[in-house]
Design a protein around this ligand. Structure first.
Ligand code: NI
Length: 129
């Protein structure tokens, strides 16, 4: 059993947000676990950069309230709730409050996809093939 303490992890910058990936501190290689994971914070009044990737992404809001922009709308997700983004679903995380939002997120390549990735595979992934 291992524990993962964000307080002992160095957060790096990714635009306006700060990110701490598991791999950074715990040396968890992509071949060791079938997913990646990270904590990230969105500062008060800030927004993440627009993100879009083949990996579905499951996020749990740990503190604060996130406004999740995806699919043409914005959904408020308070601490204790989670949100799931589909493969290639573009998303921006906003924080309209005066406290930082802390989110834990895990992401993985869809089942049946080529983990190495090849140019031109994106359409097949989107179609669920
Ligand atoms: Ni993302």
């Amino acid at each position: 059993m291992r524990t993962f303490d964000p307080a002992r992890t160095e957060f790096g910058s990714a635009g306006p947000i700060t990110v701490a990936r598991w791999e950074q501190q715990y040396q968890l290689g992509e071949r060791e676990l079938p997913f990646g994971a990270m904590w990230y914070t969105v500062p008060a009044g800030g927004s993440s950069v627009r993100d879009q990737h083949p990996e579905p992404e499951l996020s749990i809001v740990l503190s604060g309230t996130a406004q999740v922009e995806a699919g043409g709308g914005v959904t408020e997700v308070p601490a204790g709730q989670a949100f799931l983004l589909d493969s290639e679903e573009a998303h921006v995380i906003h924080n309209r409050a005066d406290q930082p939002v802390l989110i834990f997120s895990a992401y993985w390549m869809p089942l049946g996809s080529d983990p190495v990735g090849r140019p031109g595979d994106t359409a097949a992934v989107n179609a669920g093939v």
